[in-house]
Ligand binder design. Structure first.
Ligand code: NDP
Length: 336
């Protein structure tokens, strides 16, 4: 049983990664910011080969030193934790500095205190690859980089987040090139991640940043104007699978793996909800302009990633239905 370490193990994506790793036969140690969060996750994973360590702030120097010293059995390191607080009014302090310093410090710690570690997988993002507002005609691939500057990234939270993912991923590749550690690096670069929480107990009134985009449609009134948004999406369970395959597939070394399924837009999501949840939502949320969809954002040339992963992605209908079903269950349970 090989041991994998997952940072930010209680996060939306990370919980699915932990579940997928356990199902694939790994022993998992996760880092969380408090024992309450660790205990909750342990409770959800009762009887499974999971344990946690508390690491309060990944921005602190040597944050993972003790965890690595105490667990010389760790063979794989998956770094998923990242500041994702879009409420910040200081993106440099809250996004840029902690994510860039954080990843460099973690890589240094893994090199120094985990010489037995074979693979380091960093959860980057497609925002490290391209801009959200590029035209449909523009193509982005595993070779592309978002050209955002540090100054631009300081301007607001949204640019701060995109900058943080870009600069952190660049810092990771630079580190490996310069420091030549024992481990090999690969990154998973997901697009908008939607889908169910790994556990029903994690479903709350407000969901994580990306699922909240879908959840917010459920609070609209039938007379509200349908909002317009869209891009490409990927199901959270496919992102988790991509992380596990990054450990297992020897060809996924020094690779950036884009995980991006088909395009979606708000109209398509409304159509799915109005049809599949007619009893709960038809006549209560907007219908918009059914069947009339928009293509928003650049096109991905992700043939290489899809071929390395070698599995079919979950379709948008399944993703939205599984997500909304959890919200419906939660609202019933809570008498809302
Ligand atoms: P979540 O907000 O659900 O999870 C973020 C995790 O990071 C949580 O465990 C959080 O801990 C932890 N964290 C945040 N700040 C710190 C910090 N300063 N020190 C230690 N831990 C911290 O987000 P997601 O699951 O959506 O995102 C996970 C990763 O995937 C991130 O790296 C994100 O950038 C990336 N990603 C996400 C996409 C998406 O669509 N969701 C798309 C592309 C990439 P706590 O719970 O205690 O706050």
């Amino acid at each position: 049983m090989s041991t994998a370490f997952v940072t930010g193990a209680n996060g939306f994506i990370a919980q699915h990664i932990v579940v997928a790793l356990l199902e694939a036969g790994y022993k998992v140690i996760g880092s969380v910011r408090s024992s309450a969060k660790g205990d909750q996750l342990k409770e959800n994973l009762r009887g499974k080969a999971f344990d946690y360590v508390v690491v309060e702030d990944l921005g602190k120097k040597g944050a993972f030193k003790q965890a690595l010293k105490s667990h010389p059995e760790i063979k794989y390191f998956l770094h998923t934790a990242s500041p994702v607080d879009f409420g910040t009014d200081n993106p440099e302090r809250d996004f840029l500095i902690p994510s860039v310093e954080g990843i460099t410090d973690i890589l240094t710690t893994v090199k120094d205190y985990g010489p037995q570690i074979e693979k380091f997988v960093y959860t980057s993002s497609v925002v490290a690859i391209t801009y959200l507002d590029r035209p449909v005609e523009e193509t982005a691939s595993e070779e592309s980089w978002n050209s955002i500057t540090w100054e631009e990234a300081k301007l607001d939270a949204s640019r701060g987040y995109r900058g943080s993912k870009t600069f952190a991923e660049r810092a990771a590749w630079d580190f490996v090139k310069k420091e030549k550690p024992n481990f090999v690096l690969s990154t998973v670069n997901p697009t908008f991640v939607f889908g169910p929480q790994a556990f029903e107990s994690e479903v709350k009134e407000k969901l994580n940043e990306t699922n909240q985009i879908i959840n917010s449609l459920l609070s609209l009134k039938a007379t509200d104007k349908a909002p317009v948004f869209g891009w490409t999406f990927i199901d959270v369970r496919d992102v988790a699978k991509a992380h596990v395959l990054s450990l297992q597939n020897p060809e996924i070394e020094n690779q950036r793996i884009i995980t991006s399924n088909t395009r979606f837009d708000s109209q398509l999501v409304l159509d799915i909800i109005n049809k599949e949840f007619a009893a709960e939502y038809a006549g209560k949320i907007p219908t918009g302009n059914p069947g009339v969809y928009q293509k928003i954002g650049p096109t991905f040339d992700d043939k290489k990633s899809r071929s390395l992963l070698g599995f079919e992605y979950i379709d948008i209908k399944t993703t939205i239905v599984d997500l909304v079903q959890q919200v419906v269950n939660y609202r019933k349970r809570s008498n809302l």
